[in-house]
Design a protein around this ligand. Structure first.
Ligand code: BG6
Length: 513
């Protein structure tokens, strides 16, 4: 199939990037993996783009006994891969903003020390900038830390300065624990102060779903049951669980990927047009959409949802162990590393249009995309010439690793009078906006600092998503709920295929994505 590369001219670029207010960030779990891999590099990039205020500081907190200098060294390593690199003077200005205190998160004295350190930093700046507390911690500590921040009076926002709390996922393990966690946090922080992260919402191309749908008039009239046959969303990973066996084995793909990242994408693709781009308008529409999702059918078993687990296999020529052989995974674990499901949205727009969703680890390659398959032409007028069937038009929103949008359509090929072929019209972000791709955490940290909650998950959204999968979680807790096994490196497996094939459709092959 041939590709057509459109030449995109950004003749009318309308960019709105809010200037940062005076703000400092306190990172709990500062020496952890997330902080090194994502948060500090994101802050480094924001600094480089001039999007951190002059009063900015990053105060790391952790149990390890580091000095400010130790933490600065960690930060220096974390920003090494930033490209283009920070200059030497930028680097030293940036690292000078880093400070560290250690302590036990359960000990009230630690919060006294934190309070004192923040007061000293304020004194140095000559003002009290806004504060963002980032919980980059095991979820079991979210309640303890929020409560202790509250008891120490560190939760207060005032007219002149704000206090916000960023909470990493997972927000609870099911509906009951999410409600309990929220009840605890909201004793000390208001909903306007709580920023629940789903990093998928910070990805450029995920945000582009809204722009694509609502800043163009040509697609929205087709975006409904009259013209769309079905939608497939794939989040395939070639990585396994890395060193996270302890967390993952108690979580599984349903909690780790499906309830948050996957359902967030469903919301953006399927929601009604919000009245404006204002945070609450968008979040209201997401919630409306979630309310329209039909509860999953568990009987007959596998009608709507299939779970899988990788066995040993090979990825890119490398042998990899079975999930059950990974460190910190229980013997004979039934935890799913793959979920495929069929979902229905019971509303006017989507009645009868299936959404097929799948996510899995240790698949043949890393790729995330949304494929919208339109209905086939109602009548094939080329039958007399032997052309019985024409493929449907497919619109692909490519989320990663390629970022862009492709449209597959039929066109005449040169030569014989009746010669039709499928062409792909392809827009690739990297080619058009090469230097401008930003990591999701950059967007999300900046949004939190400027007080924009659009890309963060509101509590009613969290509750609805857990409510949707609660019955699956309980069913899967039964001992006999063994997953189907697929070899690491596979694209799919028979039971996942069965879920879509029974409707006369098939998954887009991962190898062709
Ligand atoms: C995280 C999950 O939220 O998302 C991980 O906990 C997963 O298991 C990761 O690997 C995938 O994110 P990305 O941005 O690499 O697609």
């Amino acid at each position: 199939m041939e590709k057509i590369r459109p030449s995109v001219k950004d003749q009318q670029m309308l960019c709105v990037e809010s200037p940062p207010p005076d703000c400092g960030i306190v990172v709990f779990g500062a020496s952890g993996d997330l902080s090194k891999r994502k948060l500090i590099p994101a802050l480094g990039n924001l600094f480089k783009r001039g999007l951190l205020s002059r009063a900015f500081f990053c105060l790391g907190c952790g149990r390890k006994k580091y000095s400010d200098d130790d933490f600065r060294q960690i930060a220096a390593q974390a920003i090494e891969d930033i490209s283009p690199a920070l200059s030497d003077s930028q680097k030293s200005d940036f690292l000078a903003c880093f400070h560290y205190i250690n302590g036990d998160y359960g000990d009230e004295n630690f919060y006294k020390n934190l309070s004192q350190t923040l007061a000293e930093l304020d004194k140095k700046q000559g003002k009290s900038p806004g504060r963002v507390f980032y919980l980059s911690l095991p979820p079991t500590l979210y309640s303890t830390v929020s409560q202790n921040l509250g008891k120490a009076g560190l939760n207060n926002s005032s007219k002149d300065s704000f206090t916000r709390l960023i909470v990493e996922k997972p927000f609870g393990r099911d509906l009951a624990s999410a409600v309990e966690l929220n009840d605890c946090i909201s004793k000390w922080f208001t909903e306007e102060q709580i920023y629940r992260i789903d990093h998928y919402l910070g990805k450029e191309t995920v945000q582009n779903i809204l722009m694509f749908r609502f800043a163009n008039s040509i697609f929205e009239p087709l975006w409904n049951r009259n013209y769309i046959d079905h939608i497939q969303i794939t989040i395939a990973e070639s990585l396994g669980i890395e060193s996270r066996g302890g967390y993952y084995d108690k979580s599984g793909a349903l909690r780790d990927m499906f309830v948050n990242h996957m359902l967030s994408m469903v919301c953006l693709v399927a929601m009604e047009p919000p009245a404006s781009f204002a945070s609450e308008h968008i979040r209201n529409e997401k919630v409306q959409l979630l309310q329209s999702i039909r509860p999953f059918k568990l009987e007959p078993w596998n009608e709507d949802i299939v779970k899988g687990q990788y066995s040993a296999g090979e990825i890119n020529g490398q042998k990899v162990p079975a999930y059950r052989q990974e460190a910190d995974v229980a013997n004979g674990s039934n935890t799913e590393t793959y979920v495929a499901s069929r979902l229905w949205v019971d509303n006017w727009r989507w009645q009868g249009v299936p959404f097929y969703l799948r996510t899995g680890k240790r698949l043949s390659k890393r790729v995330t995309e949304i494929a919208v398959t339109f209905k086939k032409v109602p009548h094939v007028m080329f039958k007399s010439a032997g052309i019985e069937q024409l493929p449907a038009n497919v619109l692909i929103m490519k989320i990663q690793p390629q970022e862009g949008i492709s449209l597959f359509f039929e066109a005449k090929r040169p030569g014989a009078k009746l010669c039709i072929g499928t062409l792909e019209m392809d827009f690739n972000y990297a080619e058009v906006f090469s230097a401008e791709s930003h990591d999701a955490y950059e967007r999300l940290l900046l949004d939190c600092m400027v007080g924009d909650q659009t890309l963060f998950t509101r509590i009613d959204d969290v509750k609805l998503t857990w409510q949707l999968i609660d019955n699956i979680l309980s069913a899967w807790q039964q001992e006999d709920s063994t997953p189907h096994f697929y070899p690491a490196g596979a694209q799919t497996f028979p039971q996942a295929d069965g879920l879509i094939q029974k409707d006369g459709r098939s998954w887009r092959p991962i190898s062709q994505m």
